[in-house]
Each structure stands twice: as structure tokens, then as C-alpha cells.
Design a protein around this ligand. Structure first.
Ligand code: COA
Length: 177
């Protein structure tokens, strides 16, 4: 687990392609997936996010290569948003997503946030269930639009101060490995 660097751009894009296609093939229109991969993960777009002073970006490595990534952005003085969290399909279920989430929660707390929010595709049921196990609860809905298509999102939130789970102890290690 470490901060994302400019030199990670290509590796992150590779992970994004595999993970987005595997996750959303049966959920989201192909045009939406293609647009996000082309625009959101373009070299310049990824570099721009590294220049965002309100953002913390992480990658996780396994077997000597980047296999996952996550970003968190401070939206207001009290609230941060996890804007992306992806682990390559062949590395899922080994605790790497949890380690990435812990890094985001710790970073948000360091910036003074009291709450972390995020949006997940309503039909990405595995991810919704996973976030709920990490202490998040539904707080509303939203819509994600890209490539002339849209998808319904569930908005989830958890408090950083007193909720049980990975964010309960400030300064906790970001990885259990
Ligand atoms: C959702 C996602 C980020 C979760 O990451 P992950 O690495 O698969 O999840 P983890 O391995 O951390 O957690 C899965 C389970 O494995 C367990 N686990 C297995 N091996 C583990 C280990 N060595 N260390 C810690 N936990 C381990 C965890 O306890 C966890 O149990 P829980 O689900 O009851 O909490 C990941 O599956 C993913 O990228 N999915 C596709 C993309 C996606 O949907 N992203 C979210 C969109 S916003």
C-alpha cells in the first residue's frame, strides 16, 4: 500500500480496464464503461487527480505489480468522498480492498473529516454488501452519467469518529498484512 504516483498511470489504467469490464459488463451500458475508461483513466486525467490538493490517492501492489487503487477527496471541511476503489478480479477477496479503504478512511480523518461518503451502482450488489460490512449505511440515491448513458447509484456513508470497524482506531495500520 502506498500513495499513487505519476509513474503508476499505465498500471492503474490496466487494472481499471480489467476490473471495470468484469464488474460492469452485465450492469452498465457498454458506452458508459468505454467512456469512463477512455476519459476518467486517460493519462492526463489521472495526472490531474494527483495535482488535486484535496485528494489522497493510493495503489496496492501484489506480486510486484499494481493490482488495485483508490482515491478519496475532501468535499467539505467535515466530509470526504471515496471516489474510486478497485481491486483486479483475480486479487479480490484477499483483504486488499479493505486495506485500500482503510488508507482512504485514515487519510480522510487526517484531513479532519468526520464522515466519509461514496456512491455505488445500485446493481453492483457485491460492492454494496461489502461496503455495508465495512460500516457504511445507505443515505440516499444519485445518478451517474457518462457516454450518453446513466446508472442509478446508492449513496452510502459512515462516520469516522465512533463507528466500529476499520476506522475505529486512529493511526491503525492501513493494511492487515
Ligand atoms: C469491492 C472491492 C473493492 C472489495 O475489495 P476486495 O479486495 O475484494 O475485498 P476484501 O478482500 O478486502 O474483503 C473481502 C472479504 O475477504 C476477507 N479476507 C479474505 N482474505 C483476507 C485477508 N488476507 N486479509 C483481510 N481480509 C481478508 C475480508 O475479511 C472480507 O470479508 P468481508 O467481506 O466479510 O468484510 C473489490 O471486490 C472490487 O474491486 N470489486 C469490483 C469493483 C467494485 O465494485 N468497486 C467498488 C465500486 S465503488
Amino acid at each position: 500500500m502506498r500513495p499513487r504516483r505519476a509513474s503508476d498511470t499505465r498500471a492503474v489504467r490496466r487494472v481499471a480496464r480489467r476490473t471495470w469490464r468484469a464488474t460492469y459488463a452485465r450492469i452498465a451500458p457498454a458506452a458508459l464503461v468505454a467512456t469512463v475508461l477512455r476519459r476518467g483513466y486517460a493519462h492526463e486525467a489521472l495526472l490531474r487527480t494527483l495535482l488535486d490538493a484535496a485528494r489522497d490517492a493510493f495503489v496496492v501492489e501484489a506480486g510486484g505489480e499494481v493490482v488495485g487503487y483508490a482515491d478519496a477527496v475532501l468535499r467539505t471541511a467535515a466530509e470526504a468522498e471515496v471516489t474510486r476503489l478497485y481491486v483486479r478480479p483475480d486479487r479480490q477477496g484477499a483483504g486488499l480492498g479493505r486495506a485500500l479503504l482503510l488508507a482512504c478512511l485514515s487519510a480522510a480523518r487526517r484531513r479532519g473529516a468526520a464522515r466519509v461518503v461514496l456512491g455505488v451502482d445500485r446493481d453492483n450488489r457485491r460492492a454494496v454488501a461489502w461496503y455495508r460490512r465495512q460500516g457504511f449505511a445507505p443515505v440516499g440515491t444519485d445518478v451517474f452519467e457518462a457516454g450518453g448513458a446513466s446508472r442509478p447509484l446508492v449513496r452510502l456513508a459512515r462516520d469516522l469518529a465512533d463507528a466500529p470497524g476499520p476506522a475505529s482506531s486512529p493511526g491503525a495500520p492501513v493494511s492487515r498484512r
